[in-house]
Ligand binder design. Structure first.
Ligand SMILES: [Zn+2]
Length: 257
């Protein structure tokens, strides 16, 4: 499934410290501003939408990647489509993943209840989906190698999060190394993969404030793990509680509540 949106251009600001040579990116917009493509993992939630806007602000042409992995909160995929179109993704792909059964995650198994009002109670809660970010990032690297887009953006957060091991900095650093060791473009030195996690060390309040600065339309984002059939958030799952904390800390009203 593909969707296209407007691709805007502009000057490069806030460049990452590990810049890439123009030769990695043969298409140029002008002699001094090479077009740099980035893959952005876009779930449709607040964090990934903010990450998309940060990639745009860093003057990447973004290619958005979402996954239908059988999640109960399917409304987020519709939000991802809307976000990709609104914020100018060059292309948006939704990949269907068939997770090995039994996944035993509350997000994919309707017989497992999504925990409510229990943020922080379990070190790794039952909403954990086996190896989810490993699977997502592997697809991003595969698309990135084909597109010559070695910059991969993910909205992982290691401060205000549910404790998932695949959101931690050591995982992301290891994955970046693996991407450079496990690709033709990486071993030939033609591309240097970089995993960008701009929200990694931000509090939820800082993320909401940043998103607000970047003019994110919060109403387009969906964070809830267990929304109603109409897509209304439950207000009590970990993701809803973290989102509420973020808006409260930032002093901003959440239009979805
Ligand atoms: Zn919820």
């Amino acid at each position: 499934m593909r969707e296209s949106g407007e691709v805007r251009s502009g000057d490069r600001v806030n460049a990452p410290e590990k810049g890439l040579s123009g030769s990695d990116h043969p298409i140029t917009r002008s002699s001094d501003h090479p077009i740099r493509k980035a893959i952005v993992l876009l779930s449709g939630g607040l964090d990934s939408a903010t990450t998309l806007l940060i990639a745009r602000q860093e003057k990447f042409d973004v290619f958005a990647l979402s996954f239908d992995y059988g999640q109960r909160h399917r409304v987020e995929l519709e939000r991802a489509r809307q976000l990709a179109a609104r914020y100018g993704a060059g292309e948006h792909r939704v990949i269907r993943l068939y997770l090995p059964a039994p996944a035993a995650s509350a997000l994919t198994d309707l017989s497992v209840a999504v925990p409510k009002e229990s943020l922080g109670r379990e070190p790794i809660p039952v909403t954990y989906v086996p190896a989810r970010n490993t699977l997502f990032l592997a697809h991003a690297v595969a698309w990135g190698e084909a597109l010559q887009a070695p910059d991969i953006f993910i909205g992982a957060n290691a401060l205000d999060y549910s404790g998932y091991p695949d959101c931690r900095p050591e995982f992301l650093e290891a994955f970046e190394k693996m991407a450079n060791l496990g690709t033709k473009a990486g071993v030939e030195g033609k591309l240097s993969f970089r995993i960008h996690a701009p929200l990694l060390q931000m509090t939820k309040g800082q993320i909401v404030a940043r998103a607000n600065e970047l003019d994110l339309d919060f109403a387009l984002t969906s964070s809830c793990y267990d929304p109603s059939a109409e897509g209304r958030p439950c207000g009590a799952c970990d993701s809803c509680l973290l989102r509420e904390k973020g808006f409260s800390e930032a002093g901003i009203r959440d239009p979805t509540r």
